[in-house]
Design a protein around this ligand. Structure first.
Ligand code: NAD
Ligand code: TDX
Length: 339
């Protein structure tokens, strides 16, 4: 029998980032009995506007660092769960400067686990399919919960390290933890450094989109709202100590996605630049989410990728003030990397 946990008062770390803020909105819209405390350092990737306008009696923002143990001692007591999204999340940045990745992703997770242990709080850990490394384009296999860890980048290796800490803290100290590893998210509020928003905002600012390598790398796309519903399902009904993979059967290569964007925005499908490849670039990710679907009955709601992409393009077109400030600094970083 699957146990049901009904959280009343949760901490969402990284709740001012892309996926975290979409999760906060999801909880506010669908679970009226749950209060959310967002803990976010507001790095270059965090934006308080992402949760502005949500009811104050439902969502509180604490600006601070997950590595700050004293702060965790102040805010964790009184909460019944931590949902941990905060991270340095961008592969290209991790190649240019790995240090903040080690600190936030590894030390930050350690600090949160220690707080979860001290105050006996339920803990859900947000991770990525990148911990499993990559698959060949012609490999019939997809990642499952049994696939060995084989991360490639500084980013994915720090996420893998953090997952292993969670497993150890569960087994050794009995922390009531679950882990989810999700595939590539898309949707509103994604930072303009990431593939889909970068290409849309390039086109909107008259810059040619940039495709790495041969463009045939495959990502398994999921709408961020489906990630949110899956995390809620695992938080409330997942088995303690278990890992669940989250995916929506959305495999597509980068060239196809870019051509979709160009076509939907009324451009010539060849109107982009090929740029030098990312070092260590993972070839293909693919998730088998059978465990989550059969054990917990979860299904994705957004199964039409092109429709989701169209709505995402509309969101970036209608919310220029949200991304314009970050765009210039982001492109300056890419320029320095030759991408
Ligand atoms: P993001 O970069 O958009 O947001 C990260 C948030 O964490 C920001 O609000 C930032 O201010 C905050 N943060 C960073 N360091 C912090 C610190 N030390 N203390 C407190 N807050 C801090 O990231 P995202 O794309 O929304 O990813 C969120 C989580 O989901 C990450 O754990 C990531 O590994 C995981 N994930 C992402 C994807 C994806 O496709 N983007 C897929 C699978 C898993
Ligand atoms: O300009 C670009 N051109 C390009 O071809 C950018 C920014 C990316 N790419 C390629 C690289 C990847 O094959 O597009 C693909 C997607 O790139 P990103 O958006 O940087 O995502 P990825 O590296 O796949 O990682 C993402 O998914 C897993 C998230 O950033 C991670 O946080 C998550 O764990």
């Amino acid at each position: 029998m699957v146990e049901v946990f009904a959280p009343r008062n949760i901490i969402v770390t990284g709740g001012c980032g892309f996926i975290g803020s979409n999760f906060v909105r999801y909880v506010v819209a669908n679970h009226p009995g749950t209060h959310v405390t967002v803990l976010d350092k507001l790095t270059y990737a965090g934006n308080r506007e992402n949760i502005a306008g949500l009811p104050r009696d439902r969502v509180e923002l604490v600006v601070g660092d997950i590595c700050d143990a004293d702060l965790l001692d102040k805010i964790v007591p009184g909460h019944d769960a931590i949902v941990h999204y905060a991270a340095e999340s961008h592969n290209d940045n991790s190649i240019a400067d790995p240090e903040p990745f080690v600190r936030t992703n590894v030390e930050g997770t350690y600090r949160l686990l220690e707080a979860a242990r001290r105050y006996d709080v339920r803990y859900h850990h947000i991770s990525t399919d990148e911990v499993y490394g990559d698959l060949a384009l012609d490999d019939p296999a997809r990642f499952t919960e049994e696939t060995p860890y084989r991360p490639s980048s500084p980013y994915s290796s720090t996420k893998a390290a953090s997952d292993l800490l969670v497993r150890a803290w569960h087994r050794t100290y009995g922390v009531r933890a679950t882990i989810s590893n999700c595939s590539n998210n898309y949707g509103p509020y994604q930072h303009v450094e990431k593939f889909i928003p970068r290409q849309i905002t390039n086109i909107l600012t008259g810059v040619r989109p940039k495709l790495y390598g041969d463009g045939l790398n495959v990502r398994d796309w999921i709408h961020t709202d489906d990630h949110s519903s899956a995390v809620w399902t695992i938080l409330t009904r997942g088995r303690i100590g278990e890992t669940y993979l989250i995916g929506a059967d959305g495999e597509r290569n980068n060239l196809t996605v870019l051509r979709d964007i160009l076509e939907m925005m009324g451009r010539n499908p060849d109107d982009f630049d090929w740029v030098r490849d990312r070092p260590g670039h993972d070839r293909r990710y693919a998730i088998d989410s059978t465990k989550l679907r059969t054990e917990l009955g979860w299904t994705p709601g957004h199964t039409d990728f092109r429709e989701g992409l169209r709505r995402t393009i509309a969101w970036y077109s209608e919310n220029r003030q949200w991304w314009e400030k970050a765009k210039e600094a982001t492109e300056a970083r890419y320029e320095a990397q030759g991408r």
